[in-house]
Write a protein that binds this ligand. Structure first.
Ligand code: NOJ
Ligand code: CA
Length: 555
C-alpha cells in the first residue's frame, strides 16, 4: 500500500462528516478512460488530483459521493441495481474500485457510495425468483398484492416516473409495487431476511473501504401494510419546487406510500450496521409537500438517536432563491434540528443546474458564485455537484438525445434530467472537451466553459471555490461554528458563525444594485476570497456590497 501524501491542513474534526466538504460525482459523466463513451472508475482515478491532490492542490474537497456504479441494466442509470456487491462493467471492476479507494484515501479523500436499498432492479436474482410464484424462497422479498376484483391495481398509489406504482406479474398472478419505474421493484423492508441481506451489502462495502453511504430515497422503505389509498391533494395546496416539476405524485398526498413513521425504525437498523465500522450516512429525504413539512421531515432523520448522520431535502433546489427564502430555510432548520447536523446542496443529478435554475435577474454567473460561497458558509455539511466549478449549465436536450426515462416518459412536458448530467468539460482544446478521445459520449459534451479556460481566468468559479475551501479549512468557526442571523434587510442578508474563540461575519447582497448596510460592530479583517471579484468596501461599521456581493469578515 502506498503512503499517504503529506499535505498539512487543519484536520477535520472528530466527526469528519460535519466539517468535510463533499463533492458529488455522476460516474457516467465524469471521465471516460477507455473511450467507450461512458465515464468510469479509471477516469475518476485519473482525475482525483483535480479534486484534491493531497498536497494542497486541486479544489480541496474532503469526500466524494458517487452516484451508483453497481451492475445494472441502466433503466434508471444505476438507480436500478441488479447486483449490490460488484461493479458494472461499464464502470470497471472490483480491482478498479480497490484502486480508487487507495488513491482517494492517500489524498485524504473519503469515499461515500450510493446505496439504492428501497428497490432493486427487476433483473436482480432476488426479483427473478420472487416473481415466479407465491411459494418460492424469495416470495416475500418484494411487495406483492392481489388485484382488485375487477383486475385493477390494489390501490391508487402512483409511480414517480408515471402511471400506477403497481405492475401485474402474470407468472404469479399478482401486482408488485414500484415507486419508480416498473424496472425498479420495491423491496419488502418488513421481511427480516431482506434487511439482513441489505446489511450484508453494507458490510461488504465497508470491508472494501467505503467511509460512508448516501441512501437513495431513504424515506420510502416503509409503506402502509394495509395498502390504503392515498388521499386526494386539496386544490391549491403548496408544493415544493424541486426542479422536477409536474411530479405526478402531486395529485395525491403520499400519506400511505412513503414517510411512514415506522421508516425511522428501518433507518435505526441500518445505523447499527454503519456503526459496526464507523461509516456515515447521508439520506435523501425527498418530498413534494410544502416547504415546512419537507424541512421538518429532513431534520427528523438526523436528530441524535434517530438514525442518519446527514440528510438533505430539496429545499434549496428552488427557483426563486432570495434572502427571505434562505433565511426562512435556515431558521426552520435550526429550530427543528435539535442536536442533529444540517446538510446542504444546491443541485444534484435530479434537478436543473443551478446556474440555469435560479432566477437571478439575468446575471447568472455572479449569482452562482455567490450562492456557492454562501453554501460553504452555512452551518452544515455542503455538497458540491460536479461541474459547478466550471459553471456547468442546463443543456437543452433534444428528443433524439434523450436518455433519462423520466424525460422519455413525459416529453415534451418534462424534459427529464439529462440536461444536468453532461460530460465534464476538462479541456476546450481536446475532442469531446477531453471527456474521452473521440467516441460519441453518452450525452453531448457541450458545456460553454471548460476547466482549462476556468483555470486561466483568475476570477472563475474554479478559483473562487478553491480559495474558499482553503479559507474554510483555516477557520473552525466556518466548519463547526454556531449560526446566528444578524440582519435581513431587503436584498441583504448577514449572519454569524461562531466558536468559543472565533466569530466570522458573512454578508451577501442578492440584488443587482449596490447596497450599503450598517453592521452591529466593526469588522477587523476582510477574509473574502480575492478571486471573487465583486469587491466590497468596509468603513467602520458601514459595509458596501456590489451586485451579488459576498463578504466574509473576522470580528
Ligand atoms: C433518487 C435518485 O437520486 C434518482 O436519480 C433516482 O431516479 C430515484 N431516486 C430512484 O432511485
Ligand atoms: Ca468508459
Amino acid at each position: 500500500m502506498q503512503k499517504p501524501l503529506n499535505f498539512k491542513s487543519s484536520p477535520l474534526s472528530e466527526n469528519w462528516w460535519e466539517s468535510a466538504v463533499f463533492y458529488q460525482i455522476y460516474p457516467r459523466s465524469f471521465k471516460d478512460s477507455n473511450n467507450d463513451g461512458i465515464g468510469d472508475l479509471g477516469g475518476v482515478i485519473e482525475k482525483l488530483d483535480h479534486l484534491n491532490d493531497g498536497k494542497g492542490g486541486g479544489l480541496g474537497i474532503d469526500a466524494i459521493w458517487f452516484s451508483p456504479f453497481f451492475p445494472s441494466p441502466q433503466a434508471d442509470f444505476g438507480y436500478d441495481v441488479s447486483d449490490y456487491c460488484n461493479i458494472d462493467s461499464d464502470y470497471g471492476t472490483l480491482e478498479d474500485f480497490d484502486q480508487l479507494v487507495e488513491e482517494s484515501h492517500r489524498r485524504g479523500i473519503k469515499i461515500v457510495l450510493d446505496l439504492v436499498l428501497n428497490h432493486s432492479s427487476y433483473q436482480h436474482k432476488w426479483f427473478q425468483e420472487s416473481r415466479k410464484n407465491k411459494t418460492n424462497s424469495k416470495a416475500d422479498w418484494y411487495v406483492w398484492a392481489d388485484p382488485k376484483p375487477d383486475g385493477s391495481p390494489p390501490n391508487n398509489w402512483l409511480a414517480v416516473f408515471g402511471g400506477a406504482a403497481w405492475t401485474f406479474e402474470p407468472q404469479r398472478g399478482q401486482y408488485y409495487l414500484h415507486n419508480f419505474l416498473p424496472e425498479q421493484p420495491d423491496l419488502n423492508w418488513y421481511n427480516p431476511a431482506v434487511r439482513e441481506a441489505l446489511a450484508d451489502v453494507v458490510r461488504f462495502w465497508m470491508k472494501r473501504g467505503a467511509d460512508g453511504f448516501r441512501l437513495d430515497t431513504a424515506n420510502y422503505y416503509a409503506y402502509d401494510r394495509q395498502l390504503r389509498d392515498n388521499p386526494k391533494r386539496p386544490e391549491n395546496s403548496e408544493l415544493i419546487e424541486d426542479g422536477q416539476e409536474a411530479n405526478p405524485l402531486s395529485q395525491y398526498i403520499t400519506k400511505y406510500s412513503k414517510d411512514r413513521p415506522e421508516n425511522l425504525g428501518f433507518i435505526h437498523f441500518l445505523r447499527k450496521i454503519f456503526d459496526e465500522n464507523g461509516a456515515i450516512s447521508i439520506g435523501e429525504i425527498g418530498s413534494a409537500e410544502g416547504l415546512e413539512s419537507t424541512l421538518k421531515l429532513g431534520t427528523d432523520y438526523v436528530k441524535k438517536g434517530k438514525g442518519l448522520h446527514l440528510a438533505y431535502t430539496f429545499s434549496m433546489f428552488n427557483k426563486n432563491m432570495n434572502t427571505e427564502y434562505l433565511e426562512h430555510v435556515l431558521r426552520v432548520t435550526e429550530e427543528s434540528i435539535g442536536d442533529g447536523w444540517p446538510c446542504w446542496s444546491l443541485s444534484n443529478h435530479d434537478c436543473m443546474r443551478m446556474i440555469s435554475r435560479f432566477d437571478c435577474f439575468g446575471e447568472r454567473d455572479g449569482f452562482q458564485q455567490m450562492m456557492l460561497l454562501l453554501l460553504l458558509s452555512l452551518r452544515g455539511t455542503p455538497i458540491i455537484y460536479y461541474g459547478e466549478e466550471v459553471d456547468m449549465q442546463e443543456y437543452e436536450i433534444t428528443k433524439d438525445e434523450l436518455r433519462d426515462p423520466q424525460g422519455i416518459r413525459f416529453w415534451p412536458d418534462i424534459k427529464g434530467r439529462d440536461g444536468c448530467r453532461l460530460p465534464f468539460p476538462w479541456d476546450s482544446k481536446l475532442t469531446n472537451q477531453g471527456f474521452n478521445s473521440g467516441t460519441k459520449p453518452w450525452l453531448p459534451a457541450a458545456n460553454k466553459l471548460s476547466l482549462d479556460q476556468a483555470k486561466a481566468d483568475s476570477g472563475s468559479t474554479f478559483h473562487v471555490l478553491q480559495e474558499m475551501l482553503q479559507i474554510r479549512k483555516k477557520f473552525p468557526a466556518l466548519q463547526n461554528g454556531s449560526y446566528q442571523k444578524i440582519l435581513l434587510d431587503g436584498d441583504c442578508f448577514v449572519f454569524e458563525r461562531k466558536t468559543a474563540g472565533e466569530t466570522m461575519l458573512i454578508a451577501a447582497n442578492f440584488s443587482t444594485e449596490e447596497q450599503s448596510i450598517n453592521l452591529p460592530y466593526k469588522v477587523t479583517k476582510d477574509l473574502t476570497p480575492k478571486a471573487y471579484k465583486r469587491f466590497c468596501t468596509i468603513k467602520n461599521e458601514l459595509l458596501t456590497l456590489p451586485a451579488f456581493g459576498y463578504f466574509l469578515g473576522d470580528k
